[in-house]
Design a protein around this ligand. Structure first.
Ligand code: NAD
Length: 491
């Protein structure tokens, strides 16, 4: 079967098996930005089981595999982007050099290698990270990511972003991040439990309810938080056990989780889109939007946008990209993704390639996948008015410059996706006070907190005449600078 054959066929004629084949071919399309010939895979491609270079002839697009492995092979430069942003903001408002020196470095970088027994009886030694960037404003706080692309630089960058995020939201936490370099698809549920528990044990007292509080991130969820919570609580003295329930947030409700935490990041994104739309005259009813990443953040953001009468027209995740200009029902797609693990093969939309996804004209683009997706190539393709960054670091330095030149408005990640850590703070407070807030109360407080953060960032952008990313950074640095100046540097 040739690619040209597929294009001329009607979708109704395609059986599910053939559809998968069609998707597989799309995966091997050449010319996707950022994909380069000659990259060698480091494992078995999860999508097509090929071990090395693609075996399809070049005429059929046999150049490369999926972007999942792009992420694995092409190391992210997110950390340098984060430091560049810091420098840029520092120059605008002449921040104290000494304080900037402190914030340029992470406080603690913990790397653990721990053994886990696999289902075949063999032992695998895995590498896990926890980076604690800064705790001037409160205990370290940040998610745990399980992904093949996880490495120390990525975690350092994400930990640093957490410090800015909590400072902008004005909540009493510092910044941290952690993760394990693994592909969850390779492990059974039982193995994932053993990995999560053994990682927690290896971290030991480097985390704690008043010291460093993990939460879910890419490929981690409330179940993994429950295992971490239980492991931590089981390794402290019995009389301390119940004072440690808030060692993680994003737990299941029954284990002390908060109402509204699961949707919190997506909800925060949508509250901010609402506010921006009202400030800048965009009618959300009938507005079109595209979403990259359809996991926790992306699927919730998409579903909550539907409540405003907005129309989802294109979605991309690690399995592929889909388009339906008449609208994709986000609830229906979420139900499909739950069963099939991705948007790949969803028959109520047509499969498209990565370039078409980025060129799709819409009012709003909501990136909710990984970092470095809006680059010098893809930023030129985007045809949208607003980008609401649900993901951390989705725009790289070059992409950012292009968005500014093209006057595409951006609600930057450190403001836009702070709904998650804000409701994590609410969960932590509820646990400490033995309280249970209802969803209405959580949503009310989230909206108030995140809208206040938005006002601070918009105010800084207007005062200093800078883009919103720099403005957000200025807000964060100002708060941290104030605290360091009040307290001084010990001794
Ligand atoms: P998730 O694991 O639930 O979902 C990740 C999604 O991204 C999946 O749909 C996956 O298919 C997609 N994806 C992965 N690689 C991709 C690629 N190369 N191209 C396209 N899609 C790809 O993760 P999540 O919790 O929704 O997190 C998504 C982003 O939001 C991350 O950047 C994360 O750091 C950020 N974030 C998450 C939270 C939270 O509360 N979960 C809070 C703040 C920020």
């Amino acid at each position: 079967m040739k690619k040209s054959d597929i294009k001329t066929r009607k979708r109704d004629d395609i059986t599910p098996v053939e559809t998968r084949r069609e998707w597989k071919l799309l995966y091997h399309q050449p010319g996707r930005p950022g994909l380069e010939e000659g990259y060698k895979l480091a494992g078995i491609c999860r999508h097509c089981d090929l071990k090395d270079m693609c075996s399809l002839p070049k005429s059929e697009g046999g150049v490369w595999h999926c972007r999942y492995y792009k992420a694995f092979q092409k190391k992210s430069n997110l950390y340098s982007h984060v430091l560049e942003q810091l420098e840029k903001a520092k120059d605008v408002v002449h921040f104290d050099d000494n304080i900037c020196k402190i914030l340029t470095e992470t406080m603690n970088e913990i790397v653990v290698h721990f053994p886990v027994k696999m289902r075949d009886g063999k032992v695998k030694v895995l590498t896990g990270y926890r980076v604690q960037h800064n705790n001037a404003l409160g205990p370290f706080k940040g998610g745990l990511r399980f992904h093949p692309a996880v490495d120390i630089d990525e975690i350092k960058a994400l930990a640093t972003l957490m410090t800015w995020k909590t400072a902008i939201a004005n909540i009493p936490f510092g910044g941290a991040k952690g993760g394990i370099q693994l592909d969850p698809a390779e492990f059974s549920q039982e193995e994932m439990e053993r990995i999560s528990r053994r990682f927690t044990f290896a971290l030991g007292n480097n985390i704690g309810p008043e010291y460093d509080i993990p939460a879910p991130d890419v490929n981690t969820n409330s179940q993994i938080m429950a295992w971490i919570q239980d492991t931590y609580m089981s390794t402290v003295a019995p009389n301390e056990r119940n004072r440690c329930a808030h060692v993680v947030t994003g737990k299941p409700i029954e284990s002390g989780g908060s109402q509204g935490r699961e949707k919190a990041t997506g909800q925060g994104v949508v509250f901010l889109i609402e506010k921006w739309a009202s400030d800048y005259g965009m009618d959300l009813k009938g507005a079109t939007y595209t979403v990259q990443g359809f996991g926790n953040v992306g699927s919730w953001a998409a579903r909550l946008m539907k409540l405003h009468g907005s129309k989802l027209i294109a979605v991309e995740d690690v399995t592929g990209s889909i388009l339906n200009k008449d609208g994709i029902d986000p609830d229906d797609l979420a139900a499909y993704v739950k069963v099939h693990g991705g948007v790949w093969g969803y028959l109520k939309a047509e499969p498209i390639d990565h370039v078409t996804f980025f060129t799709t004209k819409a009012d709003i683009f909501i990136p909710c996948a990984l970092e470095n997706q809006i680059t010098d190539t893809t930023a030129e393709l985007l045809d949208v008015r607003l980008i609401a960054e649900g993901a951390n670091g989705p725009t790289d330095t070059e992409g950012d410059k292009i968005l500014q030149r093209r006057k595409i408005a951006v609600i930057p990640d450190i403001l836009c996706n702070s709904g998650g850590v804000i409701v994590s703070y609410f969960e932590w407070l509820q646990n400490k006070r033995s309280e249970f807030w209802d969803l209405e109360e959580v949503d009310f407080k989230l909206r108030k907190t995140i809208n206040a953060a938005y006002d601070r960032v918009r105010g800084a952008a207007e005062t200093h005449k800078v883009d919103w990313r720099t403005a957000a950074q200025i807000v964060a640095l100002s708060r941290l600078e104030m605290v360091y100046k009040e307290r001084g540097i010990f001794p």
